[in-house]
Write a protein that binds this ligand. Structure first.
Ligand SMILES: C[S@@+](CC[C@H](N)C(=O)[O-])C[C@H]1O[C@@H](n2cnc3c(N)ncnc32)[C@H](O)[C@@H]1O
Length: 208
């Protein structure tokens, strides 16, 4: 049962959606289902899909309250090309989407602000799942803060990293080189990084 009152708002999500959409328009395949991992509030889905014709958007999150919020955001515009949210944790194997009948095959996976707010094993699970699901040339899009060669790109990111590790010692801002190595180990090449507002990066991987 969808309850519009379950809608959650994340100010940072509203702030980053326009610059992220600009990059997605450049890097996503022309058509297909886009699987969103860690959709959170779900407010990105209607914003993005309104400007990505030819695509379906499959949101997901392991948290039930977040899935309720994703449905509540869907309710407002009721876009037919946003699919009901799935319960997916990247720690799962397989992911629930692998047994779903989708209107179009998945050609891209989008994961915004999860890699630093989850244990490293969840990022490993992300690449493992992406390797299983994406076709050759499929796109894996990551967004968030990263260290470059072991160094934070801004003092604010260093403070954020400390606060993340205080909340959970397994969380923290990852080094881009380590993520790129993990990607190579799973058959992905990093095709582009884009500097984003507030010291974040878009990191775009393509399956070999
Ligand atoms: C900071 S929020 C980002 C949400 C959304 N992408 C955004 O930008 O607003 C982090 C999200 O990651 C999800 N998450 C944490 N660990 C996860 C995992 N292993 N697999 C999938 N999602 C996970 C949480 O439930 C939460 O919704």
């Amino acid at each position: 049962m969808i309850n519009p009152a379950h809608k959650k708002h994340a100010p940072a999500t509203a702030r980053n959606q326009a610059p992220i959409l600009d990059v997605l328009k450049e890097c996503l395949p022309d058509h297909g289902t886009i699987l969103e991992i860690a959709s959170g509030t779900g407010q990105h889905a209607p914003y993005f899909i309104a400007q990505l014709p030819g695509h379906y958007w499959q949101p997901s999150d392991p948290d039930k309250d977040n899935r309720n919020s994703i449905s509540a955001w869907w309710w407002e515009k009721q876009f037919k090309n946003i699919l009901p949210p799935l319960n997916i944790s990247t720690d799962d194997d397989p992911w629930s989407v692998e047994s779903q009948d989708l209107p179009l095959a998945i050609t891209a996976i989008v994961c915004i602000n999860m890699v630093h707010i989850s244990p490293w094993t969840s990022t490993i699970g992300l690449f493992k799942g992406a390797a299983r699901i994406l076709p050759p040339k499929g796109i894996l899009y990551l967004y968030g803060p990263y260290k470059i060669d072991g160094v934070h790109t801004a003092p604010s990111n260093e403070l954020f990293d400390i606060s993340l590790r205080d909340r959970n010692p397994e969380w923290g801002i990852r080094d881009l080189t380590e993520v790129q190595k993990l990607a190579r180990d799973h058959g992905f090449s990093c095709v582009k990084t884009v500097d984003m507002p507030a010291n974040n990066l878009s990191v775009i991987f393509k399956k070999d």
